[in-house]
Design a binder for this molecule. Structure first.
Ligand code: FAD
Length: 433
C-alpha cells in the first residue's frame, strides 16, 4: 500500500526475536538498495515491550548437543549458531560460557546416547565449524574459540554418580537483558516504528493491500491499518493469522512449556550450563550470570504442561489457536518445587537456589516428538505475506535471511554470493555489531 507520502507500509506482526530480526534485515536490505525512504517499517506488538513472548529469557546459542537422536535438528542448530554469531557483538552473550551435555546414568541406552553425542560433535560440528571458519577468513577465535578446543569428552573423574558421560562444549549463553537493550538501540537506529500494546486480531486482502485489524489492548479500541507487505512473526498466533489469508494449515504441532527462573546468588557452583540428557532423567540448568539461571525439566508436572493423553496441540481448521493453560497458584508452587527438587538432585551445588518465576510459553515442532525441532523455513503464505517461525532463537537470523531471499526484488544484490549451505558468510550489511 502506498501512503500519502507514497511509501509502502511493511507491517511486522510480533516483536519477538523473529519479528525484530525480520524488521532489521528488511531495513538493512532496503538501505543497501537505496530505497529505505520508500518504505515505512512498523512492528505491532501486543505486549508493552518487545521480547516478552518466547524470546523473553533465551538460554543458549547451541550446536545441537541436546539432540543426539535427531541429526537434522542438531545440524540446523550448528548452521543457525554460526549465522547468529557472525552478526551480533559479544555483549549479547552471557559472560558465562560453555555447556556440559551429560548423559544420565539412568538411561537404558546410555552407551548409545553418549556415542551419538560424541559422533555429532566429532563428525558434524567439528568439520562444519572448520569449513565455516575457513570461509570466515580463518578467524578461528572469532566465534566459539579454536575448533581444536571447541569441545572435549568429559572424564569419568569429573562426573557425579548421576551421569554416565558427556561432553563439554564452548557454546555461548545469551544475556537476555543485554540482547534486549541492544536490539532496542538497533530498532531506533534503523528508524523502525514499534506500536506497543497493539494486537493484530484480523486480516484480509484487498487488491494489492492487506487490511489488518489492530486492537489497542489497553482501550480495546480497534482500527484498520493497511500494509503492502506483511511479515507474520506472531509465534503462537502465526497459523491463525496466516489462515485468514490462505486456508491452509501446515503440519506444525504446539506444546506448552514452563521454564523456571532461579536466583542462584546463594549457590557456589560451576559456571557452565549443564544439560542433562534426556527424558525423565533430563533437565537443563543454564546460568545467565552468577545471580540468575534458567531451568527446564522435560517432564509432566514440571516444565511440560499438557497431560500425557494430550501431549501436543494439533492445529486444524477449527483449532488454530493454542489456548494458554490456566494454572492455579498452588500448582505453580508445586511445579516450582518439583523443578527445584529435580534439578538440585542432578546438580547438588544448586540446592540453595530459589525459583522466582515460571513463565509459560508455547513451543513448536514439525514432529510429534518434541526433542525433534528442526528449523521451520520462512514461507510466503500469499503474495507479500510472509511467515517467520523460528522454532529456536538460534534459527532467527536464518529465518530473517530466508525472508529476504523470498523477496527477489529487494534481495538479489544484497544476498549475492551468499548460500546458507555452502557459503554461509553473512553479508556485512547485516552485521549488527
Ligand atoms: C522453555 C523454552 C526454552 C527455550 N530455550 C531456547 C534456547 O536455549 N535457545 C534457543 O535458541 N531457543 C530457545 N527456545 C526457543 C525460543 O524461545 C523461540 O524459538 C523464539 O523465542 C521464538 O521467537 P519468536 O519471535 O518467533 O516468538 P516470540 O518471542 O513469542 O515473539 C512473538 C511476539 O508476537 C507477539 N504477538 C503474538 N500475537 C500477536 C498479535 N496477534 N498481534 C501482535 N503481536 C502479537 C507476542 O507478544 C510476542 O512478543 C526456548 C523456548 C522455550 C519455550
Amino acid at each position: 500500500m502506498h501512503t500519502m507520502e507514497n511509501k509502502t507500509d511493511i507491517a511486522i506482526i510480533g516483536g519477538g526475536i523473529g519479528g525484530v530480526m525480520a524488521a532489521l534485515f528488511l531495513s538493512r536490505t532496503l538501505k543497501f538498495n537505496r530505497s529505505r525512504n520508500l518504505y515505512n517499517i512498523t512492528i505491532y506488538e501486543k505486549e508493552h515491550a518487545i521480547l516478552k513472548g518466547a524470546s523473553n529469557e533465551l538460554a543458549r546459542l547451541h550446536f545441537g548437543g541436546e539432540y543426539p537422536r535427531d541429526p537434522s535438528t542438531a545440524q540446523d542448530c550448528v548452521t543457525g549458531a554460526i549465522l547468529f554469531s557472525q552478526i551480533f557483538p559479544s555483549s549479547v552473550y552471557s559472560a558465562i560460557t560453555g555447556v556440559d551435555y551429560l548423559v544420565s546414568a539412568k538411561n537404558d541406552d546410555k552407551e548409545e546416547l553418549l556415542e551419538k553425542l560424541v559422533h555429532h560433535y566429532e563428525t558434524f560440528v567439528k568439520p562444519v565449524c572448520t569449513r565455516f571458519y575457513a570461509q570466515l577468513h580463518n578467524k578461528a577465535d572469532f566465534l566459539f574459540g579454536d575448533v581444536a578446543t571447541l569441545f572435549r569428552k568429559i572424564e569419568p573423574v569429573e562426573l557425579t554418580e548421576n551421569f554416565f558421560g558427556g561432553i563439554h562444549s564452548n557454546e555461548l549463553g545469551f544475556n537476555s537483558s543485554a540482547l534486549n537493550t541492544f536490539l532496542h538501540a538497533k530498532i531506533k537506529e534503523e528508524e523502525i516504528d514499534v506500536k506497543y500494546s497493539v494486537a493484530i486480531t484480523d486480516a484480509a486482502k484487498n487488491g494489492d493491500t492487506y487490511i489488518l485489524t489492530a486492537k489497542d489492548v489497553l482501550t480495546e479500541k480497534e482500527q484498520n491499518i493497511s500494509a503492502g507487505i506483511v511479515v507474520n512473526a506472531s509465534w503462537e498466533n502465526c497459523l491463525a493469522l496466516n489462515y485468514k489469508i490462505k486456508k491452509e494449515v501446515p503440519a506444525i504441532r504446539g506444546y506448552w512449556r514452563a521454564l523456571a527462573i532461579a536466583d542462584i546468588s546463594r549457590c557456589d557452583g560451576a559456571n557452565d550450563s549443564k544439560f542433562a540428557l534426556i527424558g525423565k532423567s533430563g533437565g537443563m540448568y543454564s546460568p545467565v550470570n552468577d545471580k540468575k539461571a534458567i531451568l527446564y525439566v522435560p517432564e509432566y508436572g514440571c516444565s511440560f504442561i499438557n497431560d500425557e493423553n494430550n501431549e501436543c496441540h494439533l492445529f486444524s481448521e477449527t483449532n488454530l489457536i493454542m489456548k494458554k493453560p490456566v494454572i492455579s497458584d498452588s500448582e505453580i508452587e508445586e511445579r516450582k518445587q518439583k523443578i527445584h527438587e529435580h534439578i538440585s538432585s542432578l546438580f547438588p551445588f544448586l540446592k540453595n537456589m530459589i525459583i522466582v518465576g515460571l513463565p509459560v510459553n508455547p513451543t513448536f515442532s514439525k514432529d510429534d516428538e518434541l526433542h525433534k525441532r528442526a528449523h521451520i523455513k520462512t514461507w510466503e503464505v500469499g503474495k507479500n505475506w510472509f511467515s517467520v517461525f523460528p522454532a529456536k532463537a538460534t534459527f532467527a537470523v536464518r529465518a530473517a535471511i530466508e525472508l529476504i531471499a523470498l523477496m527477489p526484488s529487494v534481495s538479489s544484490e544484497a544476498l549475492k554470493g551468499f548460500c546458507i549451505d555452502t557459503h554461509p558468510v553473512v553479508p556485512a550489511i547485516f552485521h549488527l555489531k
